[in-house]
Design a protein around this ligand. Structure first.
Ligand code: SF4
Length: 349
């Protein structure tokens, strides 16, 4: 409906301006926000707090956009993957990870990704386009509606795309997730491949969400190969920025480290990692690589993963082994591609 205003695309300020122009009170804006973000309404006609005449009046100039669910898949280990179509027909994926009373949603920020990390299927797509803020937020609203009466409790920006490469829309989305949907900033994690200037700009522009860095190497030589962004912002620049990052009290930076057999998983790498991260309040997530066809990379043996973790632990570092779930539906780390064809389905770590 390009000739009408999409109410979901409006910020609170824009919604107030819209309401003012239509002669609606501030109270009505509150009602709209409640119906869109808390009751997940898909259509203005569902807003029964408005009279029929009012719904029709507003409906003449505005509407509520919706992501269209294309497929919903459940893995053997309980992960659910949602493929959504956008208004222009592009598709994106979101992955829900249930864990006791938590429901974490891994959301996408771009269709595809320009970062070209060579362990990631999304990177093979190249960048198709940035998502608008409401398309990012709508992944949460849509999944909330699908799993109701349960609700998403935690958000990770680790789906398709590099969030900081779509900075302005991601910042807007972060405000809407905290203010409109009501998810605490402490329960939101944004993961970056290392866009240093944007990373340092984030705390001044967005709510204080948790920061994760997709690190994956301890030398520039290896990181250049795995993550081309390293050529622009090498390890020293990235880690110096981490040291300067203004962390709130009792917060740490999470470093994601995908362990790839004989590439970045040696004992030397583990020892170098300890040295490189010295002085940064952090924890590490070690993620054994999920192989995909054509990458030429292998998953390390479990003993190598344990030995790598031991070096970190012996040096008083907090390091968890995170086995990616959802591999049977290509929902695991590095596997999102936002396509209907199963062979091609798979995101960022
Ligand atoms: S790992 Fe993340 S930043 Fe790298 S290509 Fe994949 S989606 Fe992009």
């Amino acid at each position: 409906m390009p000739d009408k205003i999409d109410l979901k695309s409006l910020s609170q300020k824009e919604l107030f301006s819209f309401a003012k122009a239509q002669g609606l009170s501030k109270y009505r804006v509150g009602q709209l926000l409640h119906w869109i973000y808390e009751k997940y309404t898909r259509d203005l006609q569902e807003i029964t707090e408005f009279s029929k005449a009012l719904r029709e009046d507003i409906g003449k100039i505005s509407y509520i956009s919706n992501l269209a669910l294309v497929t919903r898949q459940r893995s053997k280990d309980g992960i659910e993957k949602f493929l959504f179509a956008l208004e222009d027909g592009q598709t994106i994926e979101s992955v829900m990870i249930p864990d006791d009373d938590r429901r974490t949603l891994c959301i996408s920020s771009q269709v595809g990704c320009a970062m070209a990390c060579n362990f990631c299927l999304t990177g093979e797509m190249g960048l198709i386009r940035n998502l608008k803020a409401h398309e990012i937020v709508d992944q949460i609203i849509s999944v909330n509606r699908l799993i109701s009466p349960e609700r998403i409790s935690n958000i990770v920006f680790m789906g398709m795309g590099e969030p900081l490469a779509n900075f302005d829309e991601v910042v807007k989305a972060l405000w809407r997730i905290t203010e409109f949907i009501g998810i605490s900033k402490r329960k939101i994690t944004l993961s970056t491949s290392g866009l240093v200037p944007r990373m340092l700009e984030l705390p001044g522009r967005a709510p204080d969400v948790n920061l994760a860095i997709s690190l994956n190497a301890t030398t520039d030589e290896i990181r250049d190969r795995l993550m081309p962004i390293n050529k622009k912002y090498p390890l020293k620049v990235l880690l110096d920025a981490c040291r300067r990052y203004p962390l709130q009290l009792q917060r740490v930076i999470t470093f994601e480290y995908v362990l790839i057999d004989r590439v970045n998983d040696s004992m030397e790498d583990a020892k170098r990692l300890v040295r490189k991260l010295k002085g940064i309040p952090c924890k590490l997530n070690l993620i054994p690589y999920n192989p995909h066809e054509g990458s030429g990379l292998k998953r390390p043996a479990h003993e190598r993963v344990l030995a790598f973790q031991k070096v970190l632990k012996d040096n008083q570092m907090t390091a968890f082994i995170r086995e990616s779930k959802g591999q049977d539906i290509l929902a695991a780390c590095g596997q999102l591609r936002g396509k209907r064809d199963n062979r091609e389905n798979n995101a960022c770590c």
